[in-house]
Structure formats: C-alpha cells, structure tokens
Design a protein around this ligand. Sequence first.
Ligand SMILES: Nc1ncnc2c1ncn2[C@@H]1O[C@H](COP(=O)(O)OP(=O)(O)OP(=O)(O)O)[C@@H](O)[C@H]1O
Ligand SMILES: [Mg+2]
Length: 416
Amino acid sequence: MPTRLARSKGDVTLVDANPARRPLESGEALGAPSVKGLEDESRQFALLIGSVTDYAIYMLDPDGYIRSWNPGGERIKGYTSREIIGQHFSRFYTPEDVVKGEPQRGLESARTQGKFEAEGWRLRKDGTRFRASVVIDPIWQDGELIGFAKVTRDVTERYEAQLHLLAAQKALAQSQKLEAIGKLTFGLAHDFNNLLTVIVNSLDLIGLQNSNDERTAEWIEAAQRASDRGALLTRQLLAFARGQSLAPELHDINALLARSAELYRRACGATIQCVFELSEDAPRLEVDATQFEAAVLNLIANSRDAMPGGGTITVRTRTVRAAPQDAPDESERGYLAIEVIDNGEGMSTDVAERAPEPFFTTKEIGRGSGLGLSQVFGFAAQSGGFVLLRSLPGGGTTVGLHLPVPVPEPAHGTTG
Ligand SMILES: Nc1ncnc2c1ncn2[C@@H]1O[C@H](COP(=O)(O)OP(=O)(O)OP(=O)(O)O)[C@@H](O)[C@H]1O
Ligand SMILES: [Mg+2]
C-alpha cells in the first residue's frame, strides 16, 4: 500500500496514504474515520513497520538523510536507530558506488521516474558486504517532495545460490563439450596411430633395402621424422581422449620430480628460476612415470611461455583432501597435488575455460599446437585424478595436477 508523510511538530511520521483514510478535512461527511481512529491506525502502522525484521524499511528526507529506522534495518545493517537516524544513507554504499554517484542516482531516479529498483552490494556497520535488493519510492505531499521510502532486503544467500548454480551449469556444459571433443579425438587419433604404425614400419623396411643409396636414405629419414612428429601428436591426442595405455607403478613423486629436475630446469631457460617446494611426507602414488614427466614438462613449458621477461616457476607438492571431480557427491579422499605456479601473464576467463581443449592455443603458428594441457587433463583423468587451474590476467597461473593417494594410505615413515 502506498504511504505518504505528514509532518507533525517538525517530525516526519508515516501515515497510511489510502485516500479513504486520509486525515479529516473540516466539514467532511459523517462516516469518515475519526481523528482518534486515525491515530490508532497510525500507531498500528508504526507497530507493523516496527515488527518487520526481514526488510530494512526506513525513510529519508529529500536530501537522503535517514529519518526513521526499523528492526529489519538494525538486523540487516547492524545500526541501532539511535546510531543511524540523522546520518546520510550513502554510508550503506560501497566506496566505489559512492564515487560513481549511485546514492544520488537512486534518489534522482525515484524522484523523476516514480520508483527506483536495483540490486547491488551494500555495507553493514562492521564493514562486511551484503547483496541488497533495494526499492526507493518518492513521497510527495501537495506537489512537494518531502522524502523517500526505502526498502532493502538482504538477498546474499539467494545471489550466492544463483552464482553457484550458474557455475555448476557452466562446468557441466564445459565437461559435456570436452567429453564430445574427447570422443571425436579418440576416434581420429586411434585410426591415425594405426596408419602411422604401418608407415613407420614400411619406412624402416625400405631403409634396410636401400641402405647404400644416400639420396633415398635422406628422403626416408625426412619421412621418418615427420612420422615421429605425427606419432607424438597422436599420442598427445590419445592422452587427452583418455585412450592412452598407461603403465602405472608405485612411485615416490618427489623422487620422480628430482630425477627430471635437470630436464625441467633446461626447459625453463636462462631467465627463469625453477624452485621446488616438495612436501616431506608425500605418499607414494600409482602413476605412469613417463606420462607424469611429460605432464609436468608441459606445465613448466606453459609457465615459461607466460613469462617472456623472466620470473620464477615453483613446483610444489602437497597433500589435499577433495571429493572426486567426476563424483562430487562422494566423500572426500586424499590427493597429492603437484602444482606448477608462475607469476606470468595469466589467462582471461575465456582462455582459461578453453585451455584444456585440444588444439586450443593463443600462441603463434609453430610456437604451440595446443596439446600440452590436453595431455595434462587427459593424464590426470585417466589416473583417477583431476586438474585445478587458477589464473588471473596479469596475476599468474597455478595449475594443480591432483593424483589420488592409494587407499588405504601407506603409514608414514614405513617406506622411503
Ligand atoms: N601458465 C600459463 N599462463 C598463461 N597462459 C597459459 C598457461 N598455460 C596455458 N596457457 C594458455 O592456454 C593455452 C593452451 O595451452 P596448451 O599447453 O594446451 O597449448 P600451447 O602451450 O599453446 O601449445 P603446446 O603445449 O601444444 O605447445 C596456451 O596457448 C595459453 O594461452
Ligand atoms: Mg603448452
């Protein structure tokens, strides 16, 4: 029901704006409510506003100073009426919104358009933010603007639930897309692998028969190099499509990293420092050592490429507990996270989303084929693990390869 204000003794009081119940004019017909009746109604109305705790319902004067307050305001924003009445309502806005002139814009829109409705971040007394749904109505009396009625609701929970839902829907769509690409890739890579096997074997045989002819030997060698490159590509594609045959064995991951440390340092180049932060009690894992080495190398190469001006790449291991990514409802279990962290150029959200797709690259032709992360994601999934990618444009990237710790977990300190 619309409300309007009446001024009494200099104070502003809320009254019911229903014209049928407006204040009596002198000489008005019998049957209209008495002054006493109106006072009762006014008191009841104030009682009603004073009982609302889910909404902050309060009044502003035409300049935005708070004139009334209710328990909902206190519950949502944390101020008592004694603290807040007389203050300007812009104190509920974030500093960014104040700079943008949002408080004034709200009042101006309400004044010129008859109503202002918006959702945004607001501040509580303790400085924390909440998501607010806000309505501002202008209050007119005899053609003069005498203030605003403001109703604010805390919709943080709903807003966060919506965000989670959207994120889950996006993640589902992305995983369905990757699964479809995976199936297609697997079919193609599998057939190409078979073709390449025939080509490589035949080249070997031709080479044996023409070992004395130098020119033929050169051609054969060129064809073999191209076939090797083709075989590498199909292996990476198979890894993405989870069709790579893995040879998992129980390994001490820190030892595997130490064994390949030189290879990784060489891949970093002269301007990039490669630092290892290895957890001392990292459990042994069932992994395919060759694929593991390739995965870490792919991550290091990506970090190196993201830091053309040099920097530091940290390779860290740590145990974490998480629910399996393909069955998030299942209870948490142990993973060893092998993280490659850089302080390079980072990725935009769009690039980060597409990065695991085979052949997705932002690099120039010849500098990247877009298969590195595909191998990492495929290897992780095929090993029963998952990959977490965190990146910010300009803020560096962390890619965490999570590999499952065998259950039951080996007791600490019993084996090396
Ligand atoms: N650490 C990183 N920092 C910034 N961007 C990255 C990082 N890792 C991956 N990317 C982005 O993701 C894209 C895909 O990476 P991916 O490793 O799959 O392919 P690539 O590095 O482009 O080529 P390839 O690995 O086959 O040589 C990269 O082109 C790059 O844009
Ligand atoms: Mg790469």
